[in-house]
Design a protein around this ligand. Structure first.
Ligand code: NAP
Length: 258
């Protein structure tokens, strides 16, 4: 039987790596996209092939139109169809600057990589999915957007990041509504504080918030596997009557308490 196929953007490190490995365990062939770290991407592929899975690595900056184009072409050339797109690639601001000082450059970078790239990539891939028959999951395709607790939590030292994640959250609703009749379900996963390179620079701050201040009811850092397992449940079509839904993978961070 033909295996289902997935494209995970930013799968060379962190959360994307966790998602790629989990999807491979679920029987998916995985396109491992990366921006520049080929060694890390190759390592993910090696882990997949060593455990009997299949995939390939594909370099593309999702912020660039020509590279998105060649990314989609490469995925279709290798797989013939795409059952699952995971919009995971994303960056934090290079400098955590106060809202009053944050630069236009930082804003443009975050919009390009974290919002415009996923939006235009999804547009392209949704058109491909519309041409496909229903796959093993019973869906013509599935789309998962990795947003963040920052989609609704104000951090005034990285306002640009919060704004683009809020935009990505709206993008989930828009594509979910547009594609529902065509058997393409769209989901948002909101990770909380996850141990990756992105949070490495602020580890001491978050250690205190989690372990001492109890900012999350479940008092531990999240892991890429935590997010990978949530994507896997979607990939295995465990939510066939849900679209536009949000999964909080955040140790309970979103709970308001009194
Ligand atoms: P990370 O460890 O810094 O990894 C980022 C990944 O994205 C890498 O694979 C990187 O590729 C890739 N990437 C960066 N820019 C790209 C571009 N322009 N085109 C294609 N790929 C690109 O980050 P992470 O913590 O795993 O974050 C992954 C996603 O989860 C992001 O969207 C982030 O906003 C979100 N998130 C993270 C946390 C957290 O606490 N870590 C919480 C909530 C949400 P290279 O290896 O080639 O550089």
């Amino acid at each position: 039987m033909t295996k289902p196929t997935a494209l995970v953007t930013g799968a060379s490190r962190g959360i994307g790596r966790g998602i790629a490995l989990e999807l491979s365990k679920a029987g998916y062939r995985v396109a491992i996209n990366y921006a520049s770290n080929e060694v890390a991407a190759q390592e993910v592929l090696t882990l997949i092939t060593q455990s009997g899975g299949e995939g390939f690595i594909v370099k593309a900056d999702i912020a660039k139109a020509s590279e998105r184009q060649s990314l989609v072409q490469e995925v279709l050339a290798q797989f013939g169809r795409l059952d699952l797109l995971v919009n995971n690639a994303g960056v934090a601001p290079t400098v955590r600057a106060d809202l009053l000082d944050a630069t236009e450059e930082s804003f443009d970078r975050l919009v390009s990589i974290n919002l415009k790239g996923p939006y235009l990539l999804t547009q392209q891939i949704a058109k491909q999915m519309l041409k496909q028959n229903k796959g093993l999951s019973g869906q013509r395709g599935l789309i998962v957007n990795i947003t963040s607790i920052s989609a609704y939590t104000a951090s005034i030292n990285r306002g640009d990041y919060c704004m683009v994640k809020a935009g990505l959250s709206m993008m989930t609703k828009l594509f979910a509504d547009r594609l529902a009749e065509d058997a393409i379900n769209v989901f948002e996963i909101r990770p909380g504080i996850i141990a990756t390179d992105m949070t490495g620079a602020v580890k001491a701050k978050y250690d205190k918030l989690i372990l001492e201040d109890g900012i999350t009811p479940i008092k531990r850092w999240g892991t890429p596997d935590d997010v990978g397992l949530a994507v896997r449940a979607i990939a295995e079509n465990r939510f066939p009557f849900s679209t536009g839904a949000i999964l909080d993978v955040d140790g309970g961070f979103h709970i308001r308490k009194l």
